[in-house]
Write a protein that binds this ligand. Sequence first.
Ligand code: C2E
Ligand code: MG
Ligand code: MG
Length: 557
Amino acid sequence: MNATVFETTAEGIMVTDADNMIKTVNPAFSRITGYPAEEVIGHSPNMLSSGRHDNEFYEALWDSVLQKKYWTGEIWNRRKDGSVFPEWLSIAAIPGEDGVAKEYVAVFSDITKHKQDEEQIRYQANYDALTGLPNRSLLSDRLVQAIGSAHREKWKLAILFIDLDQFKMVNDTFGHVMGDELLQLVASRIGECVRESDTVARFGGDEFIILLQDVSDMDAVANVATKVIEKITRVFTLYGREIYIGASVGITIFPDDATNADSLLRNADMAMYQAKDRGRNSYQFFTASMQQRTLERQQLELDLRLAIKRGELEIYYQPVMDAYLDRVISVEALLRWNHPHRGIVSPTIFIPLAEDSGLIGPIGEWVIKGACEQLSQWHKSGYPDLKLAVNLSSRQRELGLEASYLKQVLDDNRLSPGALNLEMTEGLLMRDTDEAITWLSSFKALGVNLSVDDFGTGYSSLSYLKRFPVDVLKIDRSFVADLPSNSDDASLVKTIVAMAGSLNLGLIAEGVETEEQADFLVGIGCYNLQGFYYAKPMTAANMTSWLSSGFQGTGTT
Ligand code: C2E
Ligand code: MG
Ligand code: MG
């Protein structure tokens, strides 16, 4: 260390040896602590301990020094006169030639004054503690200011709303510590995409905002969005693990789309959702029709509230065939909404709506009850072995669907639990894993079977699956669509068949539309098939005639 700096710097410096005994201190050390050099040299630094930190604190500190070679943070120490003071301390381990620390250098400053400093308080109120980025409140201030100057100077502003994809999964799978570190890395990568004069802020959990000032060229704005997505989709390495996440970006422009801060942020958020809907890792500019769609969505949600009462919901059924024995083994209940003005609304539209609003709670129970009643009818009318699959939504756990409800419905309809299969997507398994396992196990304990729906579209990790009490995998129809000509899909499906075999899981292929697909699947050992090739989803009445006609025709409605 440069001797003059050592002597004259305002920061206290203390060097300890490999055994952490004090070797040297500088004049600032003595000034801050009150100890002259000769009273501390040869002693352990814990003579400065304030007693305000527990063992855990020191253990974490040393862990960091030994592993990362440094620690920095706030610590309370005691002066010679007994008074306790806060210092900002950095400790670095200086390795010898053999790589083992030969000394430790501690540099600290007395932050008593600093701590009382209003600047500090302002900092905490305006910056996000984790990433050091401006927080929501400072962003609002800056946005208002930027709008003011853009208005005067006739500039345009762009607001980019960035939401991470798959972040929640990282948090759930690897824990919050890792999640936090990932957010710090993301923050710095986003920072690399903008100019000094632009603002990057942390808006909330895994949401970031970029405010671009003085933009004239929309291509340049799109370029920033592309750069952000590109940087975030690159691999992150944390504790030796490779982590992949993604980002969706919504963009809105002042003054074209809106002229006040709140509306701009709302627009950008809306556009971001649109980007997510279109498939991840994309960006989307706000358009006026989005506003329109949001209004329509709200109206649809109001309508859905009344749909059960008005009897507009109806359960359709689609058979699952054993293609080898040419028999129907089960039917899947698929919900339809006969909307008074819109006609039939697809579940891919109203189920997400029902999930967001919590309506999936009562709707989901209604489906279970109705479908079980129908199954019991079919059992009585000559199809005693027919089974039933019902789709579950991830939100039904929080909304209070319990095994006791299922048990009651099964008992009321004299159905054995083995006749019922609950389908859920991988997303459900990934979210709050432990709670999900407990929940699903309670159904399993009744004797009900569980399937993973749309298998292959989500996280599909083998080790993950083993943790769940799953019986059946349903291969997503996107992998079936291009069979047998697409060789990637063909080998993927073969792998899934082998995997299901080794895990002793049942298998159903969804979306079988052609004879060639059916033949290919049967040829590789996947016999249970569902799809338009056999029958489309149909009303209970049509299903009854279809069954009695010996599966003639593809029941259209
Ligand atoms: P899913 O559970 O994967 O259901 C299969 C979907 O694929 C159905 O769409 C079905 O009509 C469609 N399908 C079946 N065979 C073929 C085929 O050969 N080709 C093509 N292109 N499509 C085929 P649907 O009925 O629109 O349902 C969509 C999704 O909505 C379902 O996907 C399920 O996730 C959800 N859903 C439906 N009913 C319910 C329900 O009662 N509760 C919950 N939570 N979700 C439901
Ligand atoms: Mg399903
Ligand atoms: Mg499916």
